[in-house]
Design a binder for this molecule. Structure first.
Ligand SMILES: [Fe+2]
Length: 248
């Protein structure tokens, strides 16, 4: 590539992507007051209105279920969903809202499964789960086994954010070989979680190891950041993958 070509390439400005091509968001924290996401119904409505104006048709919100920190139950989450739906309806929003959960993987999740406690799912028995950010998870194979034998389809939340996998992006491919789908946070592509997370996100897009994308929206700022970065090259590359969001 000659000097002039490089100069030209740098100057190329892409259009923002059309979020209606993603269509469904499947990772967010919009039920007010039950985790570290929305703090009020008003905040939730502001976020839902923004999702709608970006072009999303549906939001499947996924409050944390994490022992010791967020003791959410299906009753609490579905009760909150009802409240959010009513308020969104009163406001005339047309975006549809569903709820499941983001399950933190620890011993209590294994215990729930072994007790055949029913998990909150979306789509065709999809279960969104996350791993520790600090320690390499022990017994993740067992978790996958327990989920699969009960007919659940596991989806690993924000693979690119686990620092202990940064030297090993192929781990995403390993998870997929075990029948686990990979979810990527859209804001990783704008550098919101730091340059290393961004690089890991780009790598798994390059390899085509991404099945779902999510906003992981906790507050309106996350959607503003998303909108601001939607011109970046990797947002466009993402749309060339066979993303499954629209099937939900
Ligand atoms: Fe999350």
């Amino acid at each position: 590539m000659g000097f002039l070509d490089r100069f030209k390439k740098k100057d190329v400005t892409l259009d923002p992507i059309d979020f209606s091509l993603i269509g469904v968001d499947m990772h967010s924290h919009l039920i007010p007051g039950i985790d570290d996401g929305s703090k009020s119904l008003e905040q939730t409505l502001v976020m839902l209105a923004k999702f709608e104006s970006l072009g999303y048709k549906k939001v499947i919100t996924t409050p944390h279920i994490m022992s010791d920190v967020y003791h959410n139950t299906p009753d609490i989450i579905l009760g909150g969903l009802e409240q959010v739906r009513n308020a969104a309806n009163d406001l005339g929003l047309s975006i549809s809202v569903e709820a499941a959960a983001e399950y933190y993987f620890d011993e209590t999740l294994l215990a729930r499964l072994q007790a055949n406690e029913e998990l909150l799912t979306f789509g065709n028995k999809n279960v969104l789960f996350e791993l520790s950010f600090h320690a390499v998870p022990d017994r993740v194979e067992q978790l996958i086994f327990e989920l699969k034998t009960r007919g659940y389809q596991p989806i690993l939340a924000h693979f690119e954010r686990y620092l202990y996998y940064h030297s090993n992006p192929q781990k995403a491919s390993w998870f997929r070989d075990q029948g686990v789908w990979i979810q990527l946070n859209l804001n990783s592509l704008g550098g919101h979680y730091g340059p290393e997370v961004q690089r890991q996100a780009e790598k798994i897009i390059d390899h085509g190891w991404v099945d779902f994308v999510g906003t992981d929206c906790h507050r309106i700022e996350h959607l503003m950041i998303l909108e601001k970065n939607a011109t970046k090259k990797y947002f466009h590359k993402l749309l060339e993958l066979n993303l499954q969001n629209k099937s939900l």
